[in-house]
Design a protein around this ligand. Structure first.
Ligand code: NAD
Length: 453
């Protein structure tokens, strides 16, 4: 099929590359000219395992290319995906500017009948209807077209595998024929067993938000338990295993840590809360998910501050991990950013290392005076007063502790993801902190300090 995809970010690129790999002819459209030029010359602007190879093959086989020329791209398409960003707007709703800009463009340049416009961006309930109206309003002549919802569930860091072997393919349509076209398109990814779930458009739109809210709820729940565990002298890791063994609960997404981040959970939880309020419903559970997460992002910082008797002026802290999770270079809403901002505000300097997010960190922070980006994790330790691990990249799991001890000025480790064994760190002579394990913030004053940020 001839597919055009608006938006060459994480979702658009993965979708386009995987659809081209199985033989479709795919055109990626973006307004970012530099990105488009780079993509056509095999410079993939994001780190996603496996993506760059598939894009190179598609370009070499001439069934994948990128352009800024929306008119041309629309004229070739049988199916048009909208995969542009839907960031949070000022009052917490999803900002639909990019989506509606694309809708207007499609309306202006559509020339053939029966094109299916598929919204892959995460959008609030009712957006497909808005897109349909906008396209219709801007058509230069009467044409038949259809709009479907097909939210994306890929995980950054495992996006290619998720796209090729999805758990489910949610398709929201108002006519069975439109589902048939998507069934055909997704055929190569739907062979093992039936994964396509066809539903009405509004349910499809809400499914994406509900899925992210559920996952975020599990994370915040476990982080809340970690705070209780720390205060009552329990070990949250043992509690985690104890509850995860119940098949009704399971082990996924119940790791305590430094809070969730990324380009999806924070904005999607916020947008769903806004949708609820718009419909005069007070979403108490969603409010709590976000409040717990905001507080959790401060926990490691509070531990650092307390360890140094609330005086971080002149201290240098090594930070391992900057991306919001391993296997991506995405730093949007990353817990590391909250940590860095707070350390800097208190007068500390930071030496940081991340296996993939260094270019992104330098794009975000430029030459921030209190930040030194280091070429390897051990270089980041030299002359530092403590190490904080804030993202659990695999390469941080079994470090050379003797070397860490030797390079740090004082052997202090803050394990923001519970990847180290407390007894091992004890035996090696480290002072160490983790999440929901000893030592803990014990008194009310500490708790208030943590809340105040
Ligand atoms: P992104 O920010 O990485 O990429 C969006 C791209 O759209 C950018 O390259 C931007 O230049 C381009 N763009 C903006 N306006 C445009 C226009 N008018 N025409 C053409 N291109 C335009 O975004 P993303 O992370 O790929 O997310 C896209 C959508 O998918 C969002 O709604 C997001 O919530 C959702 N989503 C993201 C993920 C994820 O893991 N990143 C997973 C599932 C769903």
């Amino acid at each position: 099929m001839r597919v055009t995809i608006f938006g060459c970010g994480y979702v658009g690129l993965v979708t386009g590359a995987c659809l081209a790999e199985v033989g479709n002819t795919v055109t990626g459209v973006d307004i970012d000219e530099e990105k488009v030029v780079g993509l056509n010359t095999n410079h993939v602007p994001i780190y996603e395992p496996g993506l760059s190879d598939i894009i190179s093959r598609g370009i070499a086989e001439k069934n994948l290319w990128f352009m800024t020329d929306a008119k041309n791209a629309i004229s070739q398409a049988e199916i048009i995906f909208i995969a542009v960003g839907t960031p949070q707007d000022e009052d917490g709703h999803a900002d639909l500017t990019h989506v509606l800009n694309v809708a207007r463009t499609i309306g202006e340049y559509l020339t053939t009948n029966d094109v299916l416009v598929v919204i892959k961006s995460t959008v609030p309930v009712g957006t497909c209807e808005k897109v349909r109206k906008s396209i219709a309003k801007h058509l230069s002549k009467p044409l038949r077209f259809n709009v479907a919802s097909n939210p994306e569930f890929l995980k950054e860091g495992a996006a290619i595998a998720d796209f090729k072997r999805p758990d489910r393919i949610i398709v929201g349509v108002d006519h069975p024929d439109h589902a048939m076209r998507l069934r055909q398109l997704y055929g190569p990814f739907n062979r093992h067993h039936e994964k396509l779930m066809v539903m009405d458009i509004r349910s499809s739109e809400l499914t994406k938000y509900a899925a992210n809210a559920m996952l975020a709820a599990r994370i915040s729940f476990m982080n809340e338990i970690s705070q209780i565990a720390a205060r009552v002298g329990a070990d949250v890791e043992q509690v985690r295993q104890g509850i995860g063994s119940d098949p009704r609960i399971g082990y996924a997404f119940i790791y305590p840590g430094s809070g969730y981040g990324g380009s999806c959970f924070p904005k999607d939880i916020h947008a769903l809360r806004s949708t609820a309020r718009d419909h005069e419903y007070s979403p108490q559970l969603l409010d709590a998910i976000e409040a717990v997460n905001d507080r959790q992002k401060l926990v490691v910082f509070q531990q650092v501050k307390k360890h140094f008797d609330c005086n971080l002026i002149g201290k240098t802290i090594a930070v391992w991990g900057l991306s919001f999770k391993p296997d991506t270079d995405d730093m949007r809403e990353a817990p590391s950013r909250v940590l860095l901002d707070n350390l800097w505000r208190e007068g500390a300097n930071v030496k940081a290392f991340d296996p993939k997010a260094m270019p992104e960190a330098s794009r975000i922070y430029g030459d921030h005076q209190q930040l030194q980006l280091c070429e390897d994790p051990y270089q980041a330790l030299t002359g530092c007063d403590a190490l904080v691990v804030i993202t659990e990249w695999k390469s941080f799991w079994s470090p050379d502790f003797a070397r860490i001890k030797q390079l740090l000025k004082t052997p202090v480790v803050f394990d923001g993801r519970n990847i180290y064994s407390p007894s091992q760190l004890d035996s090696l002579g480290f002072t160490h902190y983790s999440i929901g394990r000893k030592p803990v913030l014990q008194n009310e004053e500490d708790a208030l300090l943590a809340l105040a940020g």
